[in-house]
Design a protein around this ligand. Structure first.
Ligand code: BV8
Ligand code: ZN
Length: 247
């Protein structure tokens, strides 16, 4: 089907769906200026940094200041970024769909900034810290941070409240995300390379349970064969068109 007809078909499905889940990855924030990790755009975060060197607890234990310098750099970059039309359209979709959940792998906080409310943050958030001493989790938006690594009031070492490789995802959030996707009629997958598990399994299992999966990405991914519709294009242009809110 040519893309305009496909767009109309998917827009109609979105209007008719009662239960909708959106799953987003770094690509939804690319047009806000947040670097992605891999793939097409090329200036991916991992090009300059190797994930095993930084996004793992071993790396943090070895050199907390180094890992914190990377996160402090990302916090300063993201603090200058604003939601793009894809984030805004997904917040609008939440207002329209009778039941909606936004499942994100992103840690940048831009979905909440765009007005989304029902958000499942699978990999945590750049703006929260967790104390290795007392376990306290706190929102901390200070840019720059006063010291690296930052310390808790209890004297404990703070880590980013982010899920690193080899770490388990927050169980309740993960279960809620799978349950919502398995019950959804439509799952909208935007800007993810579909390489990181268990997040990548969510739309795959939803497709097998009969959900209509719509994928928006610059290029095909391992999920594409399971998608009922694939739109090759930038999220900030495609997602608003799916909602008929493109300006
Ligand atoms: C766990 C936090 C185990 C850090 C992140 C072998 C096979 C399968 C799995 C594994 C394996 N070996 C290891 C594993 C498990 C591992 C994993 O999946 N590894 C992958 C790499 C193979 N998973 C884990 O470790 C997870 N934990 O499994 O625990 C366990 C079990 C029991 C008990 C104990 C332990 C933890 C995973 C979370 C890791 N943390 N981030 C940080 O952010 O600082 S993951 C990291 O990748 C990011 O968080 C990101 O969310 C995630 C996925 O990346 P994407 O969001 O998809 O971004 P990416 O750059 O890859 O892609 C961007 C896409 O957008 C591209 O497709 C591009 O084309 C597109 N795009 C670009 N611009 C646009 C666009 N699309 C539209 N518009 C645009 N403008
Ligand atoms: Zn503490």
């Amino acid at each position: 089907m040519p893309s305009d007809e496909l767009l109309e078909d998917v827009a109609a499905r979105l209007r008719a769906a009662r239960r909708v889940v959106a799953l987003t990855g770094a690509g939804v924030s690319a047009e806000s200026g947040v670097p992605t990790f891999r793939g097409a755009s090329g200036e991916g975060l991992w090009e300059r940094f190797r994930p095993e060197d930084l996004a793992s607890f071993d790396a943090f234990e070895r050199d907390p200041a180094l890992v914190w310098r990377w996160y402090a750099w990302r916090r300063e970059l993201v603090a200058r970024c604003v939601p793009n039309p894809a984030h805004v359209a997904l917040a609008e979709l939440e207002r329209r769909a009778p039941e909606f959940l936004l499942v994100t792998q992103n840690v940048d906080g831009l979905h909440a900034a765009a007005g989304s409310r029902e958000i499942a943050e699978l990999h945590g958030c750049l703006w929260r810290t967790r104390c290795l001493g007392c376990g306290a989790v706190a929102e901390d938006r200070r840019v720059p941070l006063p010291e690296l690594p930052p310390r808790c009031g209890c004297g404990g070492l703070l880590r980013p409240d982010i899920v690193w490789f080899g770490e388990v995802l927050p169980e309740a959030t993960l279960l809620r995300s799978f349950a919502a996707a398995m019950a959804a009629e439509l799952v909208l997958v935007v800007g993810t390379s579909s390489l990181v598990y268990p997040a990548a399994a969510i739309p795959q299992q939803a497709a097998r349970a009969g959900a209509f999966v719509v994928e928006v990405n610059l290029e095909p991914t391992p999920l594409t064969p399971l998608a009922g519709a694939f739109f090759a294009g930038p999220a900030a242009a495609v997602v608003p068109r799916l909602l008929g809110t493109a300006s």
